[in-house]
Ligand binder design. Structure first.
Ligand code: ZN
Length: 309
């Protein structure tokens, strides 16, 4: 069975605390293992999880503020140390290429691992994956920032009992899938008659932004949304000024976008009690709510049940 889950490495914005490491997240999604925004200490945080550096297939960076990228040097060097033999894809805002170049070669090491670097150049850039599409959308922050979402296309699941009832088997099944119908003794059997819809799943990652169109585009119908809520409503003016979200704003985005499971993270060190984020978010969002904690795992919810035929 395929595994789809988020492994939380760290949840602190700007400065780590005793309880929270700098940001860092791993998404396990079928054959993709994507590291998002590795802050300082991400390499060591990985050791406390079941993810290893050699598992990583891809690294996505939203922007080049330190809490989102200072873990790159250690993580990248670790790929070579562990002799990762296949290329690891890397994405980041193209405007930050100079920062990436420095972080990649921050110190001397024996480089053997291959990075397949594809910077994000445009809003809405699509990167095709075997499990769907990775899409980048521009966010609103003092430096160039992109959020990401992974979209699995809707498809369908063939029903063996219905295929059997029509006497369809072998290569005819493939033809029916390809063409969409099959002519049997003067009767046409359509794919809809022998299958049920299989709704695609969506994961969205929204970091460091004020409210903008990109936030909504990424969050739309996400099964799992990971979104920054650096501040509480009491600091709403400051949040707007520095390009961040409050817990209430993030929760309203989730509610308006039909999000199923909401993960709030990237908390300012000024707040000692994480329950305050839950209280503010709960006022706007009644779906599954997770206030992220370091070294925890959040499952992507089970696939939506297809609407009745
Ligand atoms: Zn930032």
């Amino acid at each position: 069975m395929s595994m789809r889950e988020l492994v939380v490495l760290g949840t602190a914005s700007q400065a780590p605390t005793r309880a929270r490491n700098h940001n860092g997240y791993v998404l396990r999604w079928d054959d993709e293992v994507i590291l998002f925004d590795p802050g300082e200490g991400s390499q060591r945080q990985l050791l406390h999880t079941t993810v290893t550096a050699t598992d990583l297939t891809r690294i996505c960076v939203t922007h080049f503020h330190g809490d989102h990228c200072l873990g790159l040097p250690g993580t990248i060097q670790r790929l070579s140390l562990d002799r990762v033999s296949r290329p690891v894809a890397v994405h980041f805002p193209a405007e930050g290429a100079e920062y990436f170049a420095r972080l990649r070669h921050a110190s001397s090491f024996h480089e053997t691992a291959e990075l397949a670097v594809t910077p994000i150049e445009t809003d809405g850039q699509h990167i095709p994956l075997s499990c769907g599409t990775l899409e980048a959308r521009r966010l609103r922050h003092p430096i160039d920032t992109y959020g990401y979402r992974l979209v699995e296309p809707d498809s369908y699941r063939m029903l063996p009992e219905r295929l059997a009832a029509y006497g369809i088997g072998g290569p005819a099944v493939g033809e029916l899938q390809r063409v969409g119908h099959l002519d049997l003794d003067g009767r046409r059997v359509t794919r809809d008659e022998v299958s049920v819809p299989r709704p695609g799943q969506r994961f969205a990652f929204v970091m460091d932004t004020g409210l903008c169109d990109g936030v909504y585009a990424l969050a739309e119908h996400a099964d799992l949304l990971v979104i920054e809520s650096t501040f509480l409503e009491s600091e709403a003016a400051l949040a707007a000024e520095v390009g961040h979200l409050t817990a209430g704003q993030a929760a309203r985005v989730a509610a308006e976008s039909g999000v199923r499971r909401l993960v709030l993270t990237h908390f300012s060190q000024r707040y000692a009690d994480p329950r305050r984020f839950a209280a503010e978010a709960r006022a706007h969002f009644d779906g599954d709510l997770v206030i992220a904690e370091d070294l925890t795992t959040v499952q992507v919810p089970p696939r939506r049940v297809p609407s009745a035929e």
